[in-house]
Design a protein around this ligand. Sequence first.
Ligand SMILES: [Zn+2]
Length: 77
Amino acid sequence: MHKYIYGKTSDSNGQHEIHKSTCSYAPLFFNAIKIGPKIDSQSAMETAKNLNPSKCFYMCQHCCHTWYINQPESIHL
Ligand SMILES: [Zn+2]
């Protein structure tokens, strides 16, 4: 289990990035919203979307699997 968070501020596409709380790319605590401990990043994504149906999310490519991305065009390489 890992604790997951997402950034309070969205990117230029209006999407919020999901991270493990231990990720070095995660937002600072005052700019992060807790998702909670989840078994994997897909579960964290589903929880975030259930809590915020109107928001879009994508997984951090540094700390989460890249196989589950709902908006691939949002990735900045
Ligand atoms: Zn991350």
